[in-house]
Write a protein that binds this ligand. Structure first.
Ligand code: NAD
Length: 296
């Protein structure tokens, strides 16, 4: 079992660290939030008073932070404290350029590193069923595999440094756009006098079928696990979807990839967040479309 330093014990990092404790690792955690520290401590994470304390004897360092700015600043502090060859795993969702900068900083300091962002939300983090998409050298991915498998179910090596972040934002670009498409279809069906369950029955087994429809349906009452059944509470906040779409748009711009729906979807979630929806599950976008609909 490994000695692991875990930085960022929030909604995702807290339960991920708890799963590593359950798997038998010695986990030293750190987070500026007292609420996050208390929850992690109750799950068996030993809370470090300082970053230096957390790094004592650490063989693996995991970060689960809000943004690339946080990751790069923390790497700057931690790399001088780490023993040569320590494995750095960053599971935050951040810009590909920041992920590559983190890799460069780690390897320049004599460390091993992978970017390993996740999909699966807080439910997947708690259940240990996350999907990890990783970027980095083969040997570093192989070294990380065991602990990733203790926090997730599907572990992919997507390519070189930054490839994990690339896979993550491409997936979430599809998700953000498809959720709007499914929501538009339900709003149109209602306007056409077609019952929601009838539309669902057809599309669920036809060419409109997708994850946003059959696993995470934005219309309440059709898919039991959907946040739609809990007034769009919990799940994946619209603010996080907007963050990921901004990352995708930045990557599209810097790489020269053409797009049409990505910028539109970004505008739609931006407006939804600006108008108070930031904390609601992103599938609540259907409520904004409904509200914007008019009578003939
Ligand atoms: P969160 O805000 O709940 O947690 C982030 C934590 O990082 C906070 O507790 C914060 O106090 C802590 N932190 C900030 N600076 C720190 C530092 N220097 N040292 C230690 N801790 C520090 O966010 P989250 O929902 O857990 O998301 C974390 C990352 O995972 C984000 O990049 C997010 O985009 C990504 N993600 C989230 C979800 C989701 O459903 N919530 C799903 C997939 C990916």
């Amino acid at each position: 079992m490994a000695k692991i330093a875990f930085f960022g014990l929030g909604n995702m990092g807290g339960p991920m660290a708890a799963n590593l404790v359950r798997a038998g690792h010695s986990v030293a955690g750190s987070d500026p939030s007292a609420v996050a520290r208390t929850a992690a401590s109750l799950a068996g994470v030993s809370i470090a008073a300082t970053a230096n304390d957390a790094m004592q004897g650490a063989e693996i360092v995991i970060t689960m932070l809000p943004s690339g700015r946080h990751v790069l600043a923390l790497y700057n502090d931690l790399l001088p404290l780490a023993a040569a060859g320590t494995l750095f795993i960053d599971s935050s969702t951040i810009e590909i350029t920041d992920a590559r900068a983190a890799h460069t900083a780690a390897s320049t300091a004599g460390m091993r590193a992978i970017d390993a962002p996740v999909s699966g939300g807080t439910g997947g983090a708690t259940a240990g069923t996350l999907t990890f998409m990783c970027g980095g050298a083969d040997a570093d991915f192989a070294a990380a595999h065991l602990v990733l498998a203790q926090m997730g179910r599907n572990i992919f090596h997507s390519g070189a440094a930054g490839a994990g972040q690339a896979a993550k934002i491409c997936n979430n670009l599809i998700l953000g756009i498809s959720m709007i498409a499914v929501s538009e279809a339900f709003v149109l069906a209602e306007k056409l006098g077609l019952a929601a369950d009838q539309m669902f029955k057809v599309a669920a087994v036809s060419s409109g079928q997708c994850w946003s429809l059959t696993t995470y349906c934005p219309e309440p009452g059709l898919v039991p696990t959907s946040p739609a059944n809990r007034d769009y509470q919990g799940g994946f906040a619209a603010a996080l979807m907007l963050k990921d779409l901004h990352l995708a748009m930045a990557a599209a711009k810097s790489s020269g990839a053409a797009g049409g729906l990505g910028p539109l979807a970004t505008d739609i979630y931006q407006r939804f967040c600006d108008e108070g929806g930031a904390g609601r599950d992103f599938s609540a976008i259907i409520t904004a479309l409904r509200a914007a609909s008019t009578s003939p």
